[in-house]
Design a protein around this ligand. Structure first.
Ligand code: SF4
Length: 392
């Protein structure tokens, strides 16, 4: 009797949009080590600032929304932000003190062993989240329909020359904020409505806009994060569009919180973008232009206008069938590459070769746990020595 050869077991791996796909694009080797196995689970690598920011914005919104639900008028913006120091006799806060929400988030992160990397980083996080709540809140909060919305879908993995373990994959994510905009109801001076109208034509009367907070600066157009941000919004739009109660998603908004208070890294990037013509914006007032031209490392940036900072922070990404299709095909290809790396490692290839590191961002490599044995961290000299790598 001829026995059938046992067919390889096929699975449907699950990929998180941020924790897996964008992490893989940032660096394949870092992604492999953070995930710890040849079968990548969805385990996002998140930095303290990102979690602090998301948590504080979420708590501020919930406080505002609960008052509205109870028929009360929320306190007018700006809200105070008392930065608590770590001692027993905590100050008394007003109910709407942003520092109260931020302190609760900081406590929760500390319980998980997560802290700001320095006092300066913590100070900067408090200043940025204060501006974020006070400048974005009055425009964004009234449009919010839901927060932390989970989305999930299944896609086919593109054909590969290798014998992959799967034909399909699951992609999932969490949309920070979903807004419902009804044009006849949204205030005309709401800048979210204005910005979307400037970029998107033929808007329906009622539509959705996906909002995602980024604890980062606005990327330059020649940096991979620029295009990846677009793919992220398009994929969220596709996933959201499959949910039964969804309205048309016309656009996404990425909010780069670091641009609300610009530090050295943000200013250097703007100057680099101007000289390389790789910034998508350069129509600023003469005064803002003058400050940017004259700026040198360590100089104050508080004289830059609020309009300038908001326009830098808010990036509107129009959504269409074609743009969704392009983004999904790009992410499908990323999954195919990751699955090929899984096969390579399973076939006995060295991890450093199967998941060859590809990060070009010096800041990411400088903060990477694996730089001491990485064959090619960005910015390291050619004679960088590799220490013996080990599987986690
Ligand atoms: S040092 Fe850079 S290139 Fe090397 S693994 Fe880390 S992020 Fe990747």
């Amino acid at each position: 009797m001829e026995l059938e050869i046992k067919r390889p077991e096929h699975i449907v791996p699950s990929y998180s949009l941020i924790g897996d796909l964008l992490s893989y694009l940032r660096c394949r080797l870092q992604y492999r080590y953070h995930n710890g196995s040849a079968l990548p689970p969805s385990r996002p690598v998140q930095l303290w600032f990102g979690e602090f920011l998301h948590g504080t914005l979420e708590m501020s919104y919930r406080f505002w929304a609960e008052l509205r639900q109870e028929g009360q008028q929320p306190p007018d913006f700006p809200w105070p932000c008392t930065k608590r120091e770590w001692r027993q006799d905590s100050p008394r806060w007003e109910n709407h003190d942003i520092g109260k929400f931020a302190g609760a988030v900081e406590d929760a992160l500390r319980q998980q062993g997560k802290q700001a990397r320095s006092t300066a980083a913590r100070d900067s996080a408090y200043r940025r989240v204060k501006v974020a709540v006070n400048e974005l809140g009055p425009h964004l909060f009234p449009l919010i329909a839901s927060t932390e919305r989970k989305v999930i879908g299944t896609r086919a993995v593109p054909d590969s020359v290798k014998d992959l373990r799967c034909d399909n994959y699951e992609v999932h994510g969490v949309i920070d904020v979903l807004t419902h905009v009804t044009l006849s109801e949204a205030s005309e001076d709401n800048f979210i409505r204005q910005y979307v109208q400037q970029v998107c034509s033929d808007l329906p009367e009622t539509f959705e806009v996906i909002v995602d907070y980024k604890g980062a600066r606005r990327p330059l157009t020649d940096e991979p994060y620029w295009e990846q941000g677009d793919w992220q919004i398009q994929t969220y739009a596709w996933l959201r569009g499959r949910q039964p109660e969804a309205l048309p998603v016309v656009a996404g908004i990425l909010i780069y919180i670091n641009e609300l208070i610009l530090g050295d890294a943000e200013m250097q990037a703007i100057q680099r973008g101007l000289s390389n013509r790789s910034t998508d914006q350069d129509r600023w007032t003469d005064q803002d232009k003058q400050i940017i031209r004259m700026w040198r490392e360590g100089m104050d940036t508080s004289q830059l206008s609020l309009d300038f900072r908001l326009r830098r922070a808010i990036r509107i990404i129009p959504v269409s069938e074609q743009s969704i299709k392009r983004a999904l095909e790009s992410f499908d290809d990323v999954v195919r590459q990751a699955e090929e790396d899984v096969v390579d490692e399973a076939d006995g290839r060295n991890i450093l070769e199967a998941w060859a590191p590809n990060c070009e961002d010096e800041a990411t490599c400088a903060a990477c746990d694996f730089r001491y044995f990485c064959p090619r961290p960005a910015g390291m000299p050619e004679n960088h020595k590799i220490k013996a790598p080990t599987a986690p």
